[in-house]
Design a binder for this molecule. Structure first.
Ligand SMILES: Nc1ncnc2c1ncn2[C@@H]1O[C@H](COP(=O)(O)OP(=O)(O)O)[C@@H](O)[C@H]1O
Ligand SMILES: [Mg+2]
Length: 229
């Protein structure tokens, strides 16, 4: 569960998030949509504890206050972020990385999970090096499953993907959903949301939630764009 109360975030003197309230209950999937530069990535970064931003307000994960925690403590409290542009880790294979993410798993268990996420062929290759966009996103979701978080922040997991890759990424998210993990999915476009069970949609404009609602909001955005908010 993720509970955010009156979250404000700034870089230097510039306020980017201007008071966000958001409750994502355990197992729910919420979509955050909005125009470029509205603060969607900032919201993910600030929940993850990125130190480029100063913030005020309250962030709770499963009733634990993580507002003043450092990034690694937040990770240990069950916050996982997948990046819009996953970074490569030259010199580290995906298998080594996987063993590091979840040391309790055996190599056999990791291989099984890798099959589920269609990343077996990447296990002995360097993390995110020379992979296509879709392959990187599958690896990100594999890492998500390994870390078994309470809250997964997926920032534009659909960006740069062709329609088939978007569908397969959505299928992997669906396969992995359970009653424990909450999802915050950031996207510009409705395409990926058509394949997901979305509990709530939030439209962020200029650092604030302009409107929240059910799946119908996706249609509203599709037909009227973001200028209506
Ligand atoms: N590190 C930063 N330094 C200065 N401004 C930033 C920084 N990160 C984000 N911003 C600004 O904050 C606003 C929101 O950015 P962002 O959260 O990336 O938007 P979105 O993901 O919705 O496109 C933008 O105007 C962006 O330029
Ligand atoms: Mg962004």
């Amino acid at each position: 569960m993720l509970n955010i109360k009156n979250l404000k975030a700034s870089v230097g003197d510039v306020e980017i998030l201007k008071g966000i309230d958001l409750l994502i209950k355990s197992g729910e999937l919420h979509a955050v949509m909005g125009p470029n530069g509205s603060g969607k990535s900032t919201l993910c970064h600030v929940v993850m504890g990125n130190e480029n931003f100063t913030h005020e307000g309250v962030i709770e994960v499963n009733d634990k206050n993580i507002t003043n925690m450092k990034q690694n403590e937040r990770y240990n409290s069950g916050v996982f972020q997948s990046f819009q542009y996953p970074v490569g880790l030259p010199g580290v294979t995906l298998l080594e990385f996987a063993l590091n993410i979840n040391p309790e798993l055996t190599e056999g268990e990791i291989s099984e999970l890798a099959k589920k996420f269609n990343v077996v062929e990447f296990l002995d290759r360097e993390v995110n090096v020379d992979l296509s966009g879709g392959e990187k996103k599958r690896c990100e979701l594999f890492q998500l499953a390994l870390s078994n978080p309470n809250i997964a922040l997926l920032d534009e997991i659909d960006s740069g993907l062709d329609i088939d890759a978007i569908k397969s990424v959505a299928e992997l998210i669906n396969k992995n959903r359970d009653s424990k993990t909450s999802y915050l999915i950031v996207t510009h476009y409705s395409r990926i949301l058509k394949y997901l069970e979305v509990d709530q949609v939030h439209i962020i404009v200029n650092g604030k939630i302009a409107k929240s609602g059910s799946k119908e909001l996706i249609e509203e955005v599709d037909s009227g764009g973001y200028t209506q908010y």
